[in-house]
Design a protein around this ligand. Structure first.
Ligand SMILES: *[C@@H]1O[C@H](CO)[C@@H](O)[C@H](O)[C@H]1NC(C)=O
Length: 366
């Protein structure tokens, strides 16, 4: 009797170990870019740009410079002498945890972002990348991870984060949301206004985006060029168990108060908006891959902005901009949530989402 119990626990133990090995070393969904091949799963595949389809530039070594701005920010820059990028890719990184963790592949890092860039199938010689970080380690490791990519220009800013306390894990707590997003807006503005040069297109990518469906970026650029009104474009953001991860991308319904809201009615207005707004899956339902549908608010997971809008003065509002009066800020619309509200006053400032099957995938954690 005793030996039977022992035998059962032995097999139970073996099954647990087998299951752990299986889940650890094999990517069931074949979507995590850091685990596409067994070699990359095991960390043996360091040629992250192997799948790159464009010839590598043969020009002289890129030029590297480093300098400290008047405000203390450290700027690292690596660029080709012939650099004339069309697309500026922007991302914020607080520290190593910002890359988040993903199914099976554990902690992600700058190399996963390199993989993600290659997976866009863009000609990277037409791309510049700029990152703002508050971590000296990420400042170094990002520059290393990008070294193999034939980017037209890479710019990394290192800047102390004076914002204490909001951890990656605590970031969904509503009490800290407004402060956190106000802070994010100022960081986004700092990065976007510092890094933008002659690029025609700006593309924001969150550090915790793990995968991009095929030709999302190409489709965004094409739609922006073909539709003058579509200066801001996003795409559906999913997570392994969620069709819609991005709760900041939505369309309002006629129930939402469109005019002035009295002070006592502000909470009701927020509640009505939150209860009735349509999220992306509802907005794009039944649409094709070529379609774009209007939105009233966007998130930052993947966010295209036509550079002309930034040059007209479009930035991310660091306060609730909707319903602002002389005496107080408004009742909704901080950071990306207020971008469309502001942008609609600009020429070509319409917000849209790609229809059909286009999407990005957020990491499994967080
Ligand atoms: C990639 O972009 C570079 C820089 O604009 C250009 O010189 C090169 O011809 C492009 N390569 C391809 C294959 O389109």
């Amino acid at each position: 009797m005793l030996s039977r119990v022992k035998r059962h626990s032995f097999f139970f133990g073996i099954s647990i170990v087998t299951l752990w090995v299986f889940l650890t070393f094999f990517e069931l969904r074949r979507t995590a870019l850091s685990c596409r091949t067994v070699a990359s799963c095991l960390g043996l595949d360091i040629q992250h740009w192997q799948g790159y389809q464009y010839p590598l530039p043969t020009a002289a070594e890129p030029l590297e410079t480093q300098r400290t701005f008047h405000d203390g920010t450290l700027q690292f820059r690596r660029q080709l002498a012939t650099a004339d990028p069309e697309v500026l890719v922007l991302l914020l990184n607080r520290d190593g945890t910002s890359w988040s963790r993903d199914f099976r592949s554990g902690q992600r890092g700058a190399y996963d972002f390199a993989d993600l860039l290659v997976s866009t199938r863009l000609n990277l010689s037409t791309v510049s990348v700029a990152m703002l970080t508050s971590s000296a380690e990420e400042f170094d490791s990002f520059s290393k991870a990008m070294r193999d990519l034939p980017l037209a220009r890479l710019t990394i800013y290192l800047r102390d984060d004076d914002d204490q306390g909001v951890s990656y894990e605590g970031r969904h707590n509503p009490a800290v949301q407004l402060t956190r997003r106000a802070r994010l807006a100022t960081l986004r503005n700092y990065l976007m206004l510092s890094a933008l040069e002659d690029e025609r297109h700006v593309l924001w990518l969150d550090a915790d985006v793990a995968a991009i469906s095929r030709d999302v970026v190409q489709t965004m650029l094409a739609r922006s060029d073909s539709t003058p009104a579509a200066g801001i474009i996003t795409a559906r953001c999913e997570q392994h168990n969620m069709e819609n991860y991005d709760k900041n991308a939505w369309k309002i319904t006629p129930e939402t108060p469109l005019g002035p809201v009295a002070d006592g009615d502000r909470e009701d207005a927020v509640r009505t908006l939150v209860d009735t707004r349509l999220f992306v899956p509802a907005v794009i339902q039944g649409s094709g891959d070529d379609a774009i549908m209007p939105l009233d608010s966007v998130g930052g997971a993947i966010l295209y902005i036509r550079s002309g809008l930034v040059r007209q003065g479009l930035t991310f509002p660091p306060y609730n901009v909707v319903g602002t009066t002389w005496s107080q800020p408004g009742w909704i619309g901080v950071e990306t949530e207020g971008l469309c509200y502001v942008a609609r006053q600009f020429e070509g400032g319409g917000c849209y989402v790609l229809g059909g099957s286009h999407h990005v995938r957020h990491t499994d954690w967080g």
